[in-house]
Write a protein that binds this ligand. Structure first.
Ligand SMILES: O=c1ccn([C@@H]2O[C@H](COP(=O)(O)O)[C@@H](O)[C@H]2O)c(=O)[nH]1
Length: 232
């Protein structure tokens, strides 16, 4: 399956988002609404972006006791979303409850387990008491998520080929931590790859925010990323 691009719409206001969405309509299919915009504008904004013709990835990274997460999934189910995240570190029971709620309320929703945030490196994990490498921890949480019934994961592109060897063939691997060649470094992302390399590694989708949003020409930046994906 070809790798598709998801724009992370991480901007402060809907007024800032509007021209970006207008320019990119027709260029890409998926938009990720995360904590910044959902906290500011809520479910109505999800509906508004979907009404503009985009598929929506709602990246709320749910993490709570099993019942609370399951009820949140049920509450979100009426929204026009195609993907939703929860933290795999919430554990087997939390993921099982969430999956059951998702299957009952919105069977076509792709529920994604976030493994280890792409902003974390071995030092950051160690500070949390996790003394294995990011790759080992991603492997552990990815397996747990899959065993709990989830069919999609969020991980860094660096772990994709490893996960593909161990997890069911149809697993959807969504990878943030994307930096076009020449743009590496200087921000919070630690485990990164270029769009083309992420696609070659086997990512199902890549997630890109700042390299597009902060580009002088977001349309040109998007087209360059899509060309890199197409060449992979
Ligand atoms: O492990 C993760 C999980 C989610 N994200 C989200 O992806 C985008 C990345 O944005 P960039 O500006 O391209 O760094 C952002 O919305 C994160 O919340 C992630 O980066 N890593």
């Amino acid at each position: 399956m070809p790798c598709d691009l998801i724009l992370a719409l991480d901007v402060p206001t809907r007024e800032e988002a509007a021209p970006i969405l207008r320019q990119l309509r027709g260029e890409l299919r998926w938009v990720k609404i995360g904590l910044q915009m959902f906290t500011a504008y809520g479910p109505d904004y999800v509906k508004a972006v979907a009404d503009e013709g985009f598929n929506i990835f709602l990246d709320l990274k749910l993490h709570d006791i099993p019942n609370t997460v399951a009820k949140a999934v049920e509450s979100l189910a009426p929204l026009p979303i195609g993907m939703l995240t929860l933290h795999a570190s919430g554990g087997r029971e939390m993921m099982t409850y969430a999956r059951k709620a998702q299957l009952a309320s919105k069977p076509d929703l792709l529920l994604l387990g976030v493994t280890v945030l792409t902003s974390m490196d071995a030092t950051g994990l160690c500070e949390l008491g996790v003394s294995v490498s990011p790759e080992s921890q991603v492997s552990r949480l990815g397996q747990l998520a899959s065993d709990s019934g989830l069919t999609g994961l969020v991980c860094s592109p660096l772990e994709v080929s490893m996960l593909r060897k161990h997890l069911p063939a149809g697993i959807q691997l969504v990878t943030p931590g994307i930096r076009p060649a020449g743009e590496a470094g200087g921000d919070d992302q630690k485990r990164i790859m270029t769009p083309g390399d992420a696609a070659r590694a086997g990512s199902s989708y890549i997630v890109v925010g700042r390299p597009i949003l902060k580009a002088k020409d977001p349309v040109a930046a998007t087209r360059a990323i899509l060309a890199d994906l197409a060449s992979a």
